[in-house]
Design a protein around this ligand. Sequence first.
Ligand SMILES: [Zn+2]
Length: 436
Amino acid sequence: MGRARKVLPMTDTPQTRLDMELAAREGDLIQLTQDLVRIPTLNPPGRCYREICDFLAERLRAKGFAVDLIRAHGAPADSETYPRWNMVARHEGASPGDCVHFNSHHDVVEVGHGWTTDPFGGDLKGGKIYGRGTCDMKGGLAASVIAAEAFIAAHPDHTGAIEISATADEESGGYGGVAYLAEQGWFSPEKVQHVIIPEPLNKDRICLGHRGVWWAEIETKGRIAHGSMPFLGDSAIRHMGAVLEEIERTLYPLLAGKRTEMPVVPEGARQSTLNINSIHGGEPEQDADYTGLPAPCVADRCRIVIDRRFLIEEDLNEVKSEVARMLDGIKQTRPKFDYDIRDLFEVIPSMTDQDAPVVKTVQAAIEKVLHKQAEFVVSPGTYDQKHIDRIGKLKNCIAYGPGILDLAHQPDEWVGVQDMMDSAKVMALTLQELLT
Ligand SMILES: [Zn+2]
């Protein structure tokens, strides 16, 4: 045997270096995802936020990131018992350039019923990791960490900067997370140039944004009386019946006619929609252990909460006016009809341009890694992009990450290891394109 000599393969290109660094990290990616899932960051109420931020901070500091832990003091739901902690880690390159930011929310929704595995066990079975938050979105968070670490190993002298954030409360509006950070200047076009949110949109799809939201409570008014003599009172429930009938008769057909150019998935959400989230009228429901009968009263008030999702082609004021016009129309024709309407929540639609640099770069990376065309989609709901767009004024932002969207918030939620590896590769290639 001759003397062993280490020969660099002929294919020692930046590409193969990156591939090798990623391939060497598959076990690490699985372990990291499991570790994150085993920290039960339930929201509400907002458990273990500091713990998950500390866990990530320790890991990323060891990899050369500068880390800030930021508590959203005074944000909704922030308290001494449940403080809203966020983490931002930044890896500075060797020379100036763009900053690419990966933003993941670290909170997960309640477990719910129907699980056949431990929701916080992170079990690995048949190439899938199971647990609450695997898909939405600790798998995406782990993939972005691995992508950044592999990229830095392959390109220690990269330009610009990489940021990774883990933020609170996305599942409850993001006010203790991305909204707070954006208000504090963490997301501004001067500081950050490209944002990727690794939400579970499937590894071959780029999510450009989301529809708008308007929640409102409508209350009809009545007068209480004995149920045996309803003519002495005025039933708010019957008035609400007239509202519901009018929604069916005029509002739903009107909304069905409003189509959007936004590539919303699923297809059914490519129009304006309205859901009636709740209805309450008359005597309050009694506790489950109450064994008596209800009392006979005419309802003096009835309330519904409407959830109106609107399109980028629509104006929020017009969306609100449609409902006000409908209610005023009822008032003109229905004796004694009176109502109140109260805004609860609103989000303006957001959609990044298909020619934006981050879109183009991720699109090319998807095509290179998966050998297929990237699909552009828009979310029927909303996510933290709204705050990055509206508060941060940062437009060059997408959602891209592993996981099947339909599994989010479901029992036996899982994320596929191969999907995470593929999307980590897309993220790492994106970094290589933007920062070398
Ligand atoms: Zn999510």
